[in-house]
Ligand binder design. Structure first.
Ligand code: GTR
Length: 422
């Protein structure tokens, strides 16, 4: 019993303990000098001159990220089956239809169940939709009683009486503040969410569980980590959304907060079916430049979460200057599709400025492809979004997802889906 308590404590607090042992730099004057690689330059130094060149360069860039950072998804098909678990035609005080869908992925006589929670406005026609993972189970995003309690592995949490890694009724609605479903529905968008642990539980298990287990392929230093698994899971959800006649699958916005923002960015880079990508405070391994070594660094991420990225990424621990890429190039892989990056002033760990600079340096790719790109060069004041094909804001407050962030995401989506022509 005692060992279990100590183990659970370490599992829960290890990122915090690591963070304390690791001294992060928060001083701009100590940011080392660096030169960002040019996304519009091939590895052999030749410039990208035509749209056709960019398609080749894009493949080159994508494979660098795949091999050195997120890891490669094994080749091979999975089967998928759909079953409706619940339907409430009067959810959100009558504003929405709420469905729970069990989307089962199968391969090699194993199954992984993705429990999807989908809210759609009641109006006629296909709806644009925000797709994103939740951190602790579908039942945590809303207090609505009908939503099933997650049964996958969850982190223990004494606040909600969660022990033995099993969630409970007490956690219902606990994260509702991050999910303004009624507001989203009123603006005409649907929401699809699932618990990220359904796809891959967030602990270092040697890749034995979650979707990694569907593929019993030999692993090597470039095999997929958990962030790539979460990104791949989002694409499998897209397979399901494409089958739903109520959803406009050409207007699916993939979004995520923090580690799930890292997954959303990689999903957007990997799967062109996502029409728009939103990263909220994704930080290191997400939208923030690694070469700045500000706040969380590669070494710290790789030590606290060794399962997030592939084995090759560890060679850049304390050697950021040897990186053959940086995160502005990840953002470039999303071009020409609209991309929104949001940050928070007190989330210095996530380096808001490093994320801003990544937007600035991804902009030339958007412009090369005939888009507006990112119309900013100096950090904007708080709550003053800079909006082009790439959008960015910094708001006051801590690492979190707030109603203000959602307002900006919906304004950005409205602008692209309903107003702009480019
Ligand atoms: C932190 C981690 C960050 C961020 C965050 C989160 O511990 O260092 O990269 O992803 O967790 O996901 O909340």
């Amino acid at each position: 019993m005692k060992t279990t308590i100590i183990f659970s404590f370490l599992l829960f607090f290890s990122p915090v303990l690591f963070a304390q042992a690791f001294v992060a730099n928060y001083d701009e004057s100590k940011v080392p000098e660096y030169k960002l690689p040019d996304p519009l330059m091939f590895n052999d130094g030749k410039p990208v001159k035509t749209a056709k060149d960019w398609l080749k360069r894009r493949i080159e860039l994508y494979s660098i990220f795949e091999k050195e950072m997120y890891g490669k998804v094994p080749v091979g098909k999975v089967t998928s089956t759909f079953s409706e678990v619940s339907l409430d035609e009067n959810a959100c005080n009558g504003l929405a239809v709420r469905r729970e869908i069990r989307w089962t992925l199968g391969r090699n006589s194993r199954n992984v169940i993705l429990n999807l929670l989908i809210y759609l406005p009641k109006s006629e026609g296909r709806k644009p939709l925000f797709l994103g993972y939740n951190f602790s189970g579908n039942h945590t995003i809303s207090a609505e009683k009908g939503i099933q309690i997650a049964t996958s592995w969850v982190r223990n949490n004494p606040d909600f009486g969660i022990t033995n890694n099993l969630s409970r009724e007490a956690a219902r609605g606990s994260d509702a503040a991050s999910w303004p479903v009624n507001e989203i529905i009123k603006r005409g968008y649907g929401v699809c969410t699932l618990y990220y642990g359904d796809v891959d539980p967030d602990f270092d298990d040697g890749f034995q569980n979650g979707v990694h287990a569907l593929f019993n392929s030999q692993r090597d230093s470039s095999s997929w980590g958990s962030v790539a698994a979460w990104a791949w899971g989002l694409s499998r959800v897209m397979d399901c959304l494409e089958k739903m006649k109520e959803v406009d699958s050409k207007k699916v916005v993939v979004f995520g907060h923090s580690r799930l923002g890292k997954a959303a960015l990689w999903a957007g880079a990997s799967d062109p079916r996502f029409a728009m990508v939103i990263s909220n405070e994704s930080g290191s391994g997400g939208a923030a430049l690694s070469l700045r070594k500000f706040g969380e660094t590669i070494t710290r991420t790789n030590s606290a979460f060794p399962h997030w990225f592939c084995g090759n990424f560890k060679k850049f621990n304390n050697r950021e200057e040897t990186l053959p890429f940086d995160q502005h190039e990840l953002l470039s892989l999303i071009a020409p599709r609209p991309l929104y990056v949001s940050t928070a002033e007190e989330d210095r760990w996530g380096d808001p400025k490093g994320s801003f600079l990544a937007c600035v340096s991804a902009s030339p790719v958007y412009q090369f492809l005939g888009k507006e790109g990112f119309p900013g060069t100096t950090m904007p004041p708080l709550e003053t979004p800079v909006v082009g094909t790439i959008g960015y804001h910094i708001r006051p407050g801590k690492h979190d997802i707030k109603p203000y962030d959602w307002q900006c995401f919906m304004n950005f989506a409205d602008n692209y889906f309903n107003t702009r022509k480019d």
